[in-house]
Design a protein around this ligand. Structure first.
Ligand code: ADP
Ligand code: ADP
Length: 237
């Protein structure tokens, strides 16, 4: 589903952030990418949805060569790939429901966003996504009245409502306390299992990676230094 072949990413300043990356990720895997700050984890994730362009090798998503995509094709790619950030990236002054709704309608005209004109079907879709992450009762609450964990769930619901094939999550629990972090990881695991959703997550908590992911990839200095199935890792110890 996601294939890296000798992928290289060099930033404009000359820094080589990814080097000889070879990876195959299948549909339904929950991959945790671990490594120290600066290892190249964010860069690796962001090449997949073309937030960054690779500078060497080939990167395919569902057999589509990401490097060759332009304009509308990039928007199509991104519609199929949900992105979750450490900082939630929500509009905090409006309701939970509205945050989810704006991701349901692709290329929504500006006036629809302003006036909040949505069909009943769109609302139902948004409410169902909120239900999947257990915060349906917060639908009409403003985002800035929610805890960090609840906000990350809203972000997850917003991504689910977009009906993606893949979810990329960049340190989604890094700013949450340990208990809340576990709850959010549970949500990711459930979505992985129930929807057979492919998830790639950058995470610096190794214990959480081993507890929730199905595969762990270690990155150091822009290279993959470890790649294994969690079941096998847990058996060996
Ligand atoms: P992270 O929290 O993943 O380590 P950073 O805080 O290092 O991310 O980076 C934040 C932003 O700054 C990113 O958009 C990244 O691309 C950019 N950035 C990071 N390092 C550099 C750098 N050396 N030169 C230019 N931009 C950078
Ligand atoms: P991680 O997510 O593992 O913390 P990143 O992928 O953010 O690592 O960054 C990997 C390396 O690339 C770091 O050394 C960072 O400083 C560098 N880097 C990130 N963004 C840029 C950029 N826009 N320009 C130059 N260097 C960058």
């Amino acid at each position: 589903m996601i294939e890296f072949k000798e992928v290289e990413k060099r930033y404009p300043n000359g820094f080589l952030a990814l080097n000889h990356i070879n990876l195959n990720i299948e549909q339904g895997e929950f991959v945790a990418i671990i490594g120290l700050s600066g290892a190249g984890k964010s860069t690796l994730l962001r090449c997949i949805n073309k937030m960054h362009d690779i500078s060497g090798g080939t990167l395919r998503v569902n057999t589509i060569n990401v490097g060759q995509l332009k304009g509308r094709e990039v928007r199509n790619l991104r519609r199929n790939i949900g992105m979750i950030f450490q900082s939630f990236n929500l509009v905090t002054r409006v309701s939970v429901l509205k945050n989810v709704l704006v991701s349901i309608v692709p290329n929504m005209p500006f006036w629809r966003k302003i006036f909040g004109v949505f069909t009943r079907k769109e609302k139902l879709q948004a409410l169902m996504a909120l239900d999947q992450v257990g915060i349906l009762e917060k639908a009409y609450v403003r985002v800035d009245q929610l805890s960090g964990g609840q906000q990350q769930r809203v972000a997850l619901a917003r991504t689910l409502a977009q009906n993606p094939k893949i979810i990329l999550a960049d340190e989604p629990v890094a700013s949450l306390d340990p208990v809340t972090a576990k709850q959010v990881m549970e949500d990711f695991k459930r979505i992985n299992q129930e929807l057979n959703m492919t998830i790639l997550m950058n995470i610096h908590h190794v214990d959480l990676a081993l507890a929730y992911a199905t595969r762990v990839i270690g990155v150091r200095n822009g290279e993959i230094v470890f790649d294994g199935k969690v079941d096998e890792i847990n058996e060996e110890t």
